[in-house]
Design a protein around this ligand. Structure first.
Ligand SMILES: [Zn+2]
Length: 140
């Protein structure tokens, strides 16, 4: 199998709980669940509110920029598709309102990555109708 024919591992797009999130990514937005009863915003998505345990949840768009809360640098590809991006950052980004979201950062010198650096969403079209979230540094 040549490297060009290796396909990226994709999320399960048939997972009903995350459909609204993936639809928002296709529209270049980040959406998370919001509880109508108590106002809590949450990620990852769940069937009930983490805060009040009610089920009256809707989706709302949130800021698509934030700061790196923590990170890891991958020097080995866990799947062959990732080899061309090595080394790369895996960030947990603080988006405010208690939301932290995981994503890769492929286009940064890993020696310059640090907690607190400002990043913005990169909406990477991974295949037809599938957009995945990545992160990129923004100037201070
Ligand atoms: Zn709630």
């Amino acid at each position: 199998m040549s490297e060009l024919s290796i396909e990226r591992i994709m999320p399960n797009l048939n997972e009903k709980l995350y459909a609204a999130h993936f639809q928002a990514l296709n529209e270049q937005k980040i959406a998370v669940q919001h509880c109508v009863d108590c106002g809590h915003s949450q990620w990852p998505a769940r069937e009930i509110c983490f805060q009040c345990h009610q089920t009256n949840l809707v989706w709302k768009d949130i800021a698509d920029s934030g700061t790196v809360y923590t990170y890891s640098i991958s020097y080995r590809a866990f799947h062959p598709w990732f080899k061309k991006h090595l080394p790369y950052g895996i960030f947990v980004v603080d988006l405010g309102d208690g939301i932290r979201m995981l994503g890769n950062c492929f286009d940064e010198d890993v020696g310059n990555i640090e907690c607190g650096m400002k990043v913005k969403a990169v909406y990477r079209q991974a295949s037809e109708g599938v957009t995945l979230l990545e992160w990129a540094r923004v100037a201070d």
